[in-house]
Write a protein that binds this ligand. Structure first.
Ligand code: KIV
Length: 263
């Protein structure tokens, strides 16, 4: 049976963790959902892991539509979430709606948008017109040049308050889920306890309602230095399927992320 947003909401309310991983093709979509992954994220991280680009800024709407179609063909149970790529949603809510509608037509069930309160009007516009939205705050890779690097966000009193305010405003605007990327575990816990919608953490500690990782990272396939929040689940597992199943078990049991993965 297909996982729905109300089902995820119910899991979060009953303190049952759910799981997400990035996914870019049909074969992995089938493998991931068979191993128990609830949410398949067609992340614009495909710019890094598939295209070999340094940032996600060059990913196009066409790229995201193509990979959403591929994943949708391989998934019959998981919820499919697609990233809106850089430049496809920032100019106006109307422009965002036109592009998000293309993602939904390609097979997405929800779109993900990076940014804080500045995105509230767009989130309201989309959700009032039938397109569910996952907000994404903290380390937002599309703003990498403004942030000055892939580094911890919300680590001062002022910036932590700002992120908490953003989260509240985006929930009020209609977001169904919020991704918290590379923020202190304590802040992610406060945001998770404050909101009534589920939070999905990546580098945000163990207190979020769910966890997400980039598929290639958790299979030990990263170029360069492994980020602190990543765990290689393939080493020590018999197969890719087993590695994914071990990730699901570890997240659901609250064993991943552990202290060594948090800030
Ligand atoms: O693009 C992506 O893979 C993401 C996750 C890192 C959350 O947005």
């Amino acid at each position: 049976m297909r996982i729905t947003l109300p089902a995820l909401q119910k899991m979060a309310q009953s303190q049952q963790k759910f799981t997400a991983l990035t996914c870019y093709d049909a074969t992995f979509a089938t493998v991931l959902e068979s191993a128990g992954i609830d949410v398949l994220l067609i992340g614009d991280s495909l710019g890094n892991v598939l295209h070999g680009a340094e940032t996600t800024l060059s990913v196009t709407l066409e790229d995201m539509i193509y990979h959403t179609r591929c994943v949708a063909r391989g998934a019959s149970n998981a919820l499919i979430m697609t990233d809106m790529p850089f430049g496809s949603y920032q100019t106006s809510p109307e422009h965002a709606f036109a592009n998000a509608a293309k993602m939904m037509a390609a097979g997405a069930h929800i779109v993900k948008i990076e940014g804080g309160q500045i995105m509230a009007d767009t989130i309201q516009f989309l959700t009032q017109r039938g397109i569910p939205v996952c907000a994404h705050i903290g380390l937002t890779p599309q703003s990498i040049h403004q942030l000055g690097g892939y580094k911890l966000q919300g680590n001062t009193e002022k910036s932590a308050k700002h992120l908490l305010d953003d989260a509240k405003i985006l929930e009020k605007a209609g977001a169904s889920l919020v991704v918290l990327e590379v923020v202190p575990a304590k802040l992610a816990q406060t945001i998770t306890q404050t909101l009534s919608i589920p939070t999905i953490g990546i580098g945000a500690g163990p207190h979020c309602s769910a966890q997400v990782l980039v598929l290639h990272d958790m299979l030990g396939l990263h170029h360069g230095k492994k980020p602190r929040f990543v765990k290689d689940f393939l080493t020590g597992s018999q197969s890719i399927q087993q590695a994914i199943a071990n990730y699901v078990t570890a997240v659901k049991a609250g064993q991943f992320p552990s202290e060594e993965h948090e800030f």
